[in-house]
Design a protein around this ligand. Structure first.
Ligand SMILES: NC(=O)c1ccc[n+]([C@@H]2O[C@H](COP(=O)([O-])OP(=O)(O)OC[C@H]3O[C@@H](n4cnc5c(N)ncnc54)[C@H](O)[C@@H]3O)[C@@H](O)[C@H]2O)c1
Length: 383
C-alpha cells in the first residue's frame, strides 16, 4: 500500500500481544489511508523476543530500544514497556522524526510526563503525531455514550461515579515491575485510575478542577520474588478520591487491585438532568441508559446492545448485530484511528495525544498530594 507506516514496537508481553494483534489485523477490518507494516519488535530477552517476533509477524527482533527508535526505516514507534521506559524512547523517537503511540499512563512520574508533553509540542511543528493507548474510549458502548452526552442527551451533568476494580489475589501474586514505585510510579492508581480519569474527561468533555478526600493504601507490603524469596511492594494497592469538574459536576473515583470477586470491573455512571448512563466493562457490549425525558410511566434503565453497524461507532468494521466484540477490538480500533490520523483523516472518536494524557497525569498527581497531605488540591497547583 502507498503510505505504509513502518512500526517499531517496544515491549513484547501483555500489551505487546494486544498491539501485535491490532497491527496485524487492522487493515483487514478497516479501509484506511495507511497500511501498518510490522517492521521490528524490541524486548529485553533476545531468544524470547525473536520467538515472539516470528509468531506475531514482525520482520525483525532486537533488544536495544535506542537502535529501534533510531532506525531510518521506522515511521512510528509504539511504546509498550513499563512506565519508567516511556519517556526515554518516546522523546528519542520524536527527536528522530517518528510518530509515537505510547501506552498509558503517559509516564510513571509527572516530570517524565511533562518532558513528553513538551517534546510532543515541539515535534508537532514537523508534522509528528503522538497518541496514547487509552483503549477503553474505543469500546462501541463508550464511544456511543460519548456521542450521546456530547449531543446533550444527559443535559447538565451532576454526578460522575467511576470505579475500576480488579482482584489480583494476595501476597502470592509475585513482585513484578508493577509493584515497584521506581518502575511503575504508582500501583492501582496509575494503572486503573488513569483509565477512569481519561474516560470521565472524554465522556463529559470537562476537565477536573479540584481533587479532595483521597486515600491511598497498601495492604500487601511483602510479595514473592519470581526467583525465590520475598521483596517489598512500594506502590499503592488502592487509591480513592473525590473530584470537581469544570462544568460543576462532582465525581468519585476508586481504583483497587484487591476488590475480591472483580476481575476487570471498569464501571462508570454519569447522572444528568435529562438522563443517565451506566457502563461496566465486564459487559462491554452493553450501555445502560435512563431517559428521564420519557413519560414517567415509561422511564426505566434500557439495556442497549451497542452492536448495530451505523448506530454504534466501530461496529461496522466487524460483525453483524449481536455478535459481540471483545477486549482486543478496542486495540484494533485504536490502531485504525492512529493510522487514519497519520494519513490525515479524522479518528472515529478523539484519540488522546501527549498533551491530553498530560491532563490525566496532573489529576493522578493531585490525588496523591491530596492523600498524603490530607487536603483539597486545586489542579492549578499541579503543573
Ligand atoms: N491499555 C491498557 O489497558 C493497558 C493494559 C496493561 C498494561 N498497559 C501498559 O502497558 C505498558 C506495558 O505493560 P505490560 O502489562 O505489557 O507489561 P509486561 O511486563 O507484560 O511487558 C513489558 C515488556 O517490556 C519489555 N521491556 C521492559 N524494559 C525494556 C527495555 N528497557 N527495553 C526493551 N524492552 C523492555 C519487557 O521485555 C516486556 O516485553 C505499561 O505502561 C502498562 O501500564 C496498558
Amino acid at each position: 500500500m502507498n503510505n505504509d507506516v513502518r512500526i517499531a514496537m517496544l515491549g513484547s508481553k501483555f500489551m505487546g500481544r494486544a498491539h501485535s494483534n491490532a497491527w496485524m489485523s487492522v487493515n483487514k477490518f478497516f479501509d484506511l489511508p495507511c497500511g501498518a507494516v510490522m517492521h521490528s519488535v524490541c524486548g529485553r530477552d533476545e531468544m524470547a523476543t525473536s520467538a515472539f517476533g516470528e509468531r506475531w509477524g514482525w520482520a525483525s527482533a532486537l533488544t536495544d530500544w535506542e537502535r529501534a527508535v533510531a532506525d531510518p526505516d521506522v515511521d512510528l514507534v509504539d511504546v509498550c514497556t513499563p512506565n519508567d521506559v516511556h519517556a526515554g524512547p518516546a522523546i528519542a523517537a520524536l527527536e528522530a522524526g517518528k510518530h509515537v503511540a505510547c501506552e498509558k499512563p503517559l509516564a510513571g512520574t509527572l516530570d517524565d510526563a511533562r518532558a513528553m508533553r513538551d517534546a510532543a509540542e515541539l515535534a508537532k511543528a514537523d508534522g509528528l503525531r503522538t497518541f496514547v493507548w487509552f483503549n477503553y474510549r474505543r469500546c462501541p458502548a463508550i464511544a456511543y455514550a460519548h456521542r450521546l452526552i456530547r449531543g446533550g442527551g444527559l443535559g447538565r451533568i451532576f454526578h460522575v461515579r467511576a470505579q475500576y476494580l480488579q482482584d489480583w489475589g494476595g501476597p502470592e501474586t509475585p513482585l513484578v515491575w508493577r509493584f515497584d514505585a521506581g518502575q511503575a510510579g504508582s500501583g492501582a492508581h496509575g494503572d486503573l485510575n488513569a483509565h477512569l480519569i481519561d474516560l470521565t474527561r472524554f465522556l463529559t468533555g470537562e476537565e477536573i478542577t479540584q481533587v479532595s478526600g483521597a486515600v491511598e493504601e497498601t495492604f500487601v507490603t511483602e510479595r514473592k520474588l519470581p526467583g525465590g524469596g520475598t521483596g517489598k511492594s512500594t506502590v499503592d494497592d488502592c487509591v480513592l478520591f473525590l473530584a470537581r469538574f469544570a462544568g460543576g459536576a462532582v465525581g468519585s473515583f476508586e481504583a483497587t487491585r484487591l476488590a475480591t470477586g472483580n476481575k476487570n470491573r471498569n464501571t462508570i455512571e454519569i447522572n444528568g438532568e435529562r438522563g443517565a448512563i451506566r457502563f461496566d466493562f465486564e459487559r462491554m457490549n452493553e450501555l445502560l441508559w435512563w431517559d428521564d425525558t420519557l413519560p414517567s410511566a415509561q422511564r426505566g434503565w434500557s439495556r442497549v446492545m451497542c452492536t448495530n453497524a451505523g448506530d454504534h461507532p466501530y461496529v461496522e468494521a466487524y460483525w453483524p448485530p449481536g455478535h459481540g466484540l471483545g477486549y482486543e477490538h478496542g486495540f484494533v480500533s485504536q490502531a485504525a484511528d492512529i493510522l487514519a490520523s497519520v494519513g490525515g483523516a479524522e479518528p472515529v472518536v478523539p484519540i488522546p495525544d501527549f498533551a491530553d494524557a498530560w491532563e490525566t497525569q496532573r489529576v493522578l498527581a493531585a490525588a496523591i498530594v491530596s492523600a498524603r497531605e490530607g487536603r483539597a488540591v486545586p489542579l492549578d497547583e499541579i503543573g
